[in-house]
Design a protein around this ligand. Sequence first.
Ligand SMILES: Cc1cc2nc3c(=O)[nH]c(=O)nc-3n(C[C@H](O)[C@H](O)[C@H](O)COP(=O)(O)OP(=O)(O)OC[C@H]3O[C@@H](n4cnc5c(N)ncnc54)[C@H](O)[C@@H]3O)c2cc1C
Length: 421
Amino acid sequence: MTKPSIVVLGSNFAGLAAAQKLREYAGDDVEITVIDRKNYLLFVPNIPSEILDYNRNPALTMHMDIIHPLAEDRIRFVQGEVMTFDVDQQTVEYVPTERPGAAYERLHYDYVVFALGTRLAYDAIEGFAEFGHTVSDTYYGERLRQYLHQEYRGGPVVIGSDLFHQGTMTQNLVPMASAACEGPPVEMTFSMLAWLRRHHPRSAGSLTVFTPGETIAEDAGLNNVSALLKMAAEAGVHYKNNVRGIRRLTAEGIEFADGSSLEAELKIVFPDWRPHAFMKGTPIVDDQGFVLTDMTMRHPRYRNVLACGDAAAVVVPKLGYLAHITADMAAKQIAMDVGRLDPAVANIPPHFVVNCLGDMGDKRAFFINSDTWYGGTLEQLRAGSRVAYFLKMQYKDLFFRYKGKVPEWGIPVANFIASEL
Ligand SMILES: Cc1cc2nc3c(=O)[nH]c(=O)nc-3n(C[C@H](O)[C@H](O)[C@H](O)COP(=O)(O)OP(=O)(O)OC[C@H]3O[C@@H](n4cnc5c(N)ncnc54)[C@H](O)[C@@H]3O)c2cc1C
């Protein structure tokens, strides 16, 4: 008998974890293939600290090889661009990306796991290429680092997000958010403030953080956010809410969708997290193009289609921690189907929590752990903590050392230590 063929699309946090967990839970009873256009994992969360705390090119430190870890688990890796898929024929079409000119290939699957993340739509922000900065990949991170040290003259700084267009078909499972992921603007605000104090002390009072919504990082717990905003205000940071989105960036500043504007020399922005164009209109997505799933991460109709991480409609905010737990859930479901995991274990839905360690500069960080966004009562915050910063750095080291397989005790122990500070 041939083994079920599992194809995992994407190999960053969600895809790598799904493939590794699947091998762990299902053993060698399944064939696993992973497809990603690049052959390394981009460790996004620590890019800000690489630039602002260590003044390092993040491309040198934030890429982790995925070819060897996957090979060690007998997982086939294809470096290719996923182009289309057909859920009735159970096929995926991709084109190898190592050299241009490669021919399209088609792969049959028994199960497919969508872990393709999203498309960060900087190209939808007028003026971004000329006047914008960001930290969501190593290219932009390095560009910001060069700008700060070579061009920045100490003028006003704005940091914030564009409006997020969340699909409406999972409203019964997760609330509607105005921004996809506002941990990064909050952490950039504190760490940029620390950087300004060191390099341009007179400019530290000219930093504004903005949000398209009523409250920044509303998913992190309203009491947590009030406490962080109070700290920021006491440090001289200005706050602008309800801007409804970014209209355009100019040499002079930023214009918002609500008609207001701010003067700024440095504009650090986060875009709309959009689904990939080829996902839109397919039978498995919501009204925006995010993959529809229930809380077991399976499509309600196509039960052999699963999704995890940022690509999944129920994952809001778009957060690495949620990528980790939804990948685990998807792997458990497939392992259950092939008879390797007890349904009583495999069907326990993941507990969604906004869990985040954010850099605040000067080797301090905040720790947020809250499930109020999902209707719970958990709301923890530790801010300005050296231990939280140590944990953030240790997590990255642990992740690289164990090639993505962070020991089971890693996150609970980090949470315990952070909450006991
Ligand atoms: C600046 C910043 C800081 C952050 N900090 C934190 C933090 O502190 N904690 C936290 O929990 N989260 C944080 N996040 C969020 C976190 O980075 C994301 O939630 C996480 O990366 C999602 O993982 P993913 O695997 O679902 O998607 P992605 O990381 O987007 O990975 C998607 C993968 O799919 C591949 N891919 C996409 N399209 C194709 C295609 N057509 N063909 C082949 N391959 C394709 C990509 O190459 C990529 O490898 C931060 C985000 C940003 C921008």
